[in-house]
Design a protein around this ligand. Sequence first.
Ligand code: AMP
Length: 472
Amino acid sequence: MAGSVVRLARGGFHDECGVCAVLGHPDAANLVYLGLYALQHRGQESAGIAAFDGRELRAYKEMGHVADVFDRERLEQLSGWAAVGHVRYSTAGDSTLVNAQPVVAKTHRGQLALSHNGNLVNAIRLRHDLEQQGAIFQSTSDSEVFLHLLARSKAPTLEAALVETLDAAVGAYSLAVLCDGRLFAARDPHGFRPLVLGRLGEAWVVASETCAFDLIEARLVRQVGPGEIVELSGEEPRVLRPAAPGPHAHCVFEHVYFARPDSEVFGENVGMARERMGGQLAREHPARADVVVAVPDSGVPAALGFSRESGIPFVLGLVRNHYVGRTFIEPRQSIRHFGVKIKLNPVRSVVEGKRVVLVDDSIVRGTTSRKIVMMLKAAGASEVHLRICSPPTVGPCFYGIDTPERRELIASAKSVEEIRAYVGADSLGYLSEAGMLSCLTSPSESFCTACFSLDYRVLDQEHAEVIEKHKR
Ligand code: AMP
């Protein structure tokens, strides 16, 4: 899912999400729960599952991580052979339970549950029109728009209503929809967010990323094509709307940062793509250094690629604490860089006296990089050469990745040299856009690079005007 409509109106906060669904398995909810566990990186704020047993749709959603939201008792209450689940992350404002997914409703079409990853750019307009017609919204999430459109459609069949609904939606959507035991999967015609189909014995599985399949030992069948709507039943998915011809707009940031390195996304392995990008980064911005250090975890594959290409040894110079929660109690006398320090610790004996190449996937506000560079220097690194495995992030995402407003993006206002000075590195190099795209198997024009290039494929009027102003 889905930026909330309210926050979108305030200027560009968005949510990151993961979806998972199973049809035709007696343990459907349990499998979805495990799938969501594997997709936890896509959203840590709320988790939910809706399950159908042939008679009733039952749902449970709560704020928190999958492991905290569900226990055995809760899962046992979600009995049935079909289930759809969701993990959601949002940064501010509307991180409330009403916005948690799947969105569920009893409609004249049946008992409906829907999980959405992405962001509609025409959600505000659609919602306004629906409200004018008397629709009462329960949440501020744009995903609820789908529900109202589906419930109100006059189309004769559920399939036709679904096609009509999705034809009205503009922007990014990867969806799993469960209606009275029928499971549908759909992707927007640009194919912004990933969505894959798999099988587990006779059962069908849908997920944002293949890492969800690996955990439950499901077999990847194929991606849902951009623009495609399928019903999952029998041996072959039944196509309700065929895939749209390209050029598509797959989110390149899934490969840079968002997706898990063990997943196949847009037809290729994420970790290997990141390693190739790290190699390309080493060719574009070589450094005279003694060691390559990754910012864990996201910088690790790129740092390996950099190390392999440059011949500079990869060392574990920063160690991540994986058990850090959302809040921590700081001692009265505050500790410098506490927020970063509690997560990442430089290893003095590894970096002391060394010229370090520090590799990270991206710089957003620049605050993390600045603190890490300072920590490495405090730990004795003689030089820190920062290498970023993507181009400067200059624009917000309107398609489902959480990025701050443009003015908070350091690269939107500062030059590379100014950023280098701000973060305190001895040198700074960003991977070029062409270099990044050359490391991916699909053709360059099939990727959305808007956060790096301001080349937005679809925008509503309001955002188009803002972006045009920025470009000038
Ligand atoms: P910053 O201090 O804002 O520059 O943070 C940069 C770090 O945030 C990088 O190490 C990235 O791995 C990470 N990052 C990049 N994009 C996102 C995102 N959309 N959500 C959360 N973390 C991100």
